[in-house]
Design a binder for this molecule. Structure first.
Ligand code: PRP
Length: 235
């Protein structure tokens, strides 16, 4: 169904294309595709099989800045009065900085850049490995605040493939009271978005691309391969 993204809105009730982003509003899930030319260029570097690990990490860092920038576009602000060297004026800061949750391993490559953009954010960690046969996520680490009630959360993971890992992560978060979760992903498969939509979880997705499909091995096509291996090598 999400293959309609670049054409007619299909079953999506709210469909808006801006200069740099495409927003599809499902009920209750929003998908925001960041189509900025610089984002497309960085994603192309990541897709290119000739890109080595160092260049891949650099492109992911830069793309993360753009994705988090867009993900915070509607973030509420609080106003303080501040003195410039010249006058008194209004200053602004995020009312509620999101908890950043990179999903290990691959999400680690997004963590520092997101943190630089939102320096007062706290960070939690989730470790998941997708079984290559079953494609199901196996959790091996969870380090999260006890209560997430009333706190926005940004989950950082370059890839949303079947959606199983993201669903598992979001269920960990909602189990601690989270109701405002944003999945920040370099790219997503239509099948993974459908999976999350059908799960009915309180999530919106911000991504640089919704690709064509998953292949029989559960890899995103055209995709970029395995984001963990591309960054850190195969272990
Ligand atoms: C990749 C990716 C996601 C997951 C996506 O991680 O970073 O976490 O797979 O797949 P899914 O949507 O089908 O669940 P992987 O399990 O390969 O672990 P890694 O980050 O350690 O490479």
């Amino acid at each position: 169904m999400l293959r309609h993204l670049s054409g007619t809105p299909g079953r999506f009730p709210h469909f808006r294309r801006a200069a740099t982003t495409l927003v599809v509003t499902l009920t209750p899930m929003d998908v925001q595709v960041v189509e900025h030319p610089l984002a497309r260029a960085r994603l192309s570097t990541m897709r290119d099989a000739r890109t080595d690990s160092a260049a891949f990490r650099a492109a992911l860092h830069e793309l993360t800045v753009m994705l988090v920038y867009e993900a915070t576009r509607e973030a509420p602000l609080v106003t303080d009065r501040i003195h410039t060297p010249v006058a008194l004026t209004d200053g602004y800061r995020l009312e509620s900085p999101p908890l950043l949750v990179p999903v290990l391993r691959a999400g680690l490559g997004m963590a520092d850049q997101a943190h630089k953009l939102i320096p007062d954010a706290q960070m939690g960690f989730v470790g998941l490995a997708r079984d290559e046969e079953t494609l199901l996520p196996t959790p091996y680490m969870e380090s999260l605040p006890e209560s997430l009630a009333g706190r926005p959360v940004f989950v950082l993971d370059p890839m949303l493939a079947t959606g199983g890992s993201m669903e598992h992560t979001i269920r960990m978060l909602t189990g601690r009271g989270a109701t405002d979760v944003t999945a920040v992903c370099a790219l997503a498969a239509p099948e993974g978005l459908e999976h999350l939509d059908e799960a009915g979880l309180p999530v919106r997705v911000v991504t640089a691309s919704v690709d064509e499909r998953l292949n029989e091995s559960g890899f995103i096509v055209p995709g970029l391969g395995d984001a963990g291996d591309r960054q850190y090598g195969t272990v």
